[in-house]
Design a protein around this ligand. Structure first.
Ligand code: SF4
Length: 197
């Protein structure tokens, strides 16, 4: 059976899709190797919301249920919303790790659907401008990817969602500083994370 959920520490991660709107140069999925001992590439199909709910069981036994796998979770917005509602109903917490393209992927501003459903949203900023973003993330919507990610982040913030940007340290100190400046100008915190090797 494909790996739909996987545990790291006391978090349970949900792998909803292998589709992604980026092809980041640093992405671990390119290798198609197991990640933390889990094979996250689907051989059969994406999971249904009910399959994931059955695998979660009691969400309160975990610190967080995190939507993060070998793909961009917002491709499965409908399933994610159903799973979030289940997790909250059972007293659990939810987080989304996203590239911020959910609104272009779904062709409408999805942030209203996330209100009351996600306790945290980690948006990968990755670069301080569109040119560098395109080079690093190789988006399939090159003209709009960077701006729509910023728009998504701003819309999340305006709706009072708990969101923050993240960058990987491989981009270098100067670029991290430029990302910090951009994040500050939008009023969203920035977290710098180590690159997964
Ligand atoms: S957005 Fe995430 S899943 Fe998609 S290619 Fe980049 S690092 Fe990989």
């Amino acid at each position: 059976m494909d790996t739909y959920v996987y545990k790291i520490g006391n978090n349970l991660y949900v792998n909803l899709t292998n589709r992604c709107s980026n092809r980041c140069t640093f992405c671990v999925r390119d290798e198609k190797h197991p990640f933390e001992g889990y094979d996250l590439w689907f051989k059969e199909s994406e999971p249904t919301a009910q399959q994931v709910i059955d695998l979660i069981g009691d969400p309160a036994q975990y610190d967080e249920i995190v939507f993060c796998g070998f793909g961009e979770p917002t491709y499965r917005l409908g399933a994610m919303v159903k799973i979030c509602d289940y997790v909250h109903e059972k007293g659990g917490k939810t987080r989304l790790n996203t590239n911020g393209h959910g609104s272009i992927i779904n062709q409408h501003d999805i942030t209203a659907d996330l209100v009351g459903r996600l306790d945290g949203i980690n948006i990968s900023l990755n670069a301080s401008n569109a040119r560098l973003y395109e080079k690093l993330c190789r988006p399939i919507y090159p003209e709009m990817a960077f701006d729509s990610m910023l728009f998504f982040a701003q819309a999340c913030r305006e709706k009072g969602l708990n969101c923050w940007f993240s960058v990987v340290d491989c981009i270098g100190e100067e670029e991290v500083a430029a990302c910090q400046k951009l994040a500050d100008s939008i009023g969203i915190p920035l977290r710098v994370r180590e690159m997964i090797r």
